[in-house]
Design a protein around this ligand. Structure first.
Ligand SMILES: NCc1[nH]cc(CCC(=O)O)c1CC(=O)O
Length: 317
């Protein structure tokens, strides 16, 4: 049977493509249970796919090029019809998708903030002078140093468990992780402080899970549609539009966070130098129907301030 252009009634099995990390599996299983609840008559299974981001573990992501590292192989599985949907952390999804694929559904956002886990329970303001904080993210480094120039940033990668181990072994005072991942994995009690967006703007899409499908597969799209969360989708349209203009993924010192209130929305953006000494900020409000234009307009505005020069220096290192 030709799998393409199936109707909803022809889709009785959904194969979910996912990474094998504990958080990715949690998210894929969460989508699986939501789909089973919506459609008790269909079979949903998980297919674990190793991405380049999972294979390259010890190199800082910024050095190997962040774009699509956690999504490429899963997208190839979609295009080869080996899986029916791909479940992603939206923060890791590049701005440009391969032809034939689309982000059909964005689910409701978890806490978008970054969280500090400190060894001795001290909040960001209470960490001792010169404290060592672990993070592999340029965005977090920039904003930490802009707020606390005395901190020593220690590069790190790996999943949540690995990072907690490193905090102990390398005697760090704290580490920064996405609150969403910790909350989803039942580790909210490890969070010392959720850092407010005024101090640390999250990465675009942080805390949201998205479902990518083949554009020629309307039957699958109809099956997953009940999982769509319109407000989150609108916020992410603006955030992704901001990043698209700045050509930024997860691995550059760019923060962006949009919120929706009825048919109005608000967006805040940040671009910084790696040492945190130069920081550019922008914000704007508009109608939700203009989400894409709003994100783009804020990006143009921040470029006019001079953010482009800082980004060029980082891209051309
Ligand atoms: N780049 C890794 C990544 N991608 C998504 C999350 C967390 C969950 C989320 O943002 O939805 C993480 C880990 C982290 O930032 O701590």
């Amino acid at each position: 049977m030709d799998p393409l252009f199936r109707s909803i009634y022809e889709v009785n099995e959904i194969r979910i493509g996912t990474r094998g990390s504990p958080l990715a599996l949690w998210q894929a299983n969460w989508i699986k249970s939501l789909l089973e609840e919506e459609h008790p008559d269909i079979t949903v299974s998980l297919i674990t796919i190793k991405t380049s981001g999972d294979k390259i573990q010890d190199v800082p992501l910024a050095k190997v090029g962040g774009k699509g590292l956690f999504t490429k192989e899963i997208e190839e599985g979609l295009l080869r019809n080996e899986v029916d949907i791909a479940v992603h952390s939206m923060k890791d999804v590049p701005m440009k998708l391969p032809p034939g694929l689309g982000l059909s559904v964005i689910t409701e956002r978890e806490d978008p903030r970054d969280a500090l886990i400190s060894r001795d329970g001290q909040k960001l303001d209470e960490l001792p002078q010169g404290a060592k904080v672990g993070t592999g993210s340029f965005r977090r480094t920039t904003q930490l140093l802009a707020y606390r120039p005395d901190l020593q940033i220690v590069p790190m990668r790996g999943n949540v468990g690995t990072r907690l181990d490193k905090m102990e072994k390398e005697n760090l005072d704290g580490i920064i992780l996405a609150a969403a991942g910790l909350k989803r994995m039942g580790m909210a009690d490890r969070i010392t402080e959720c850092i407010p967006p005024e101090i640390m703007l999250p990465g675009g899409g942080q805390g949201a899970v998205g479902i990518e499908t083949r554009k020629d597969d309307p039957g699958v799209m109809m099956r997953i549609l009940p999982l769509e969360h319109e407000e989150t989708h609108t916020a992410l349209e603006a955030e992704r539009s901001f990043l698209h203009r700045l050509e930024g993924g997860c691995q550059v010192p760019i923060g962006v966070y949009a919120t929706v209130d009825g048919n109005r929305m608000h967006i805040r953006g940040m671009v910084g130098s790696l040492d945190g000494k130069q920081i550019f900020r922008t914000e704007g409000s508009g109608a939700t129907q203009d989400a894409v234009q709003l994100g783009d307009q804020c990006a143009r505005e921040i470029l006019e301030q001079g953010a482009g020069k800082v980004l060029d220096e980082i891209y051309n290192r």
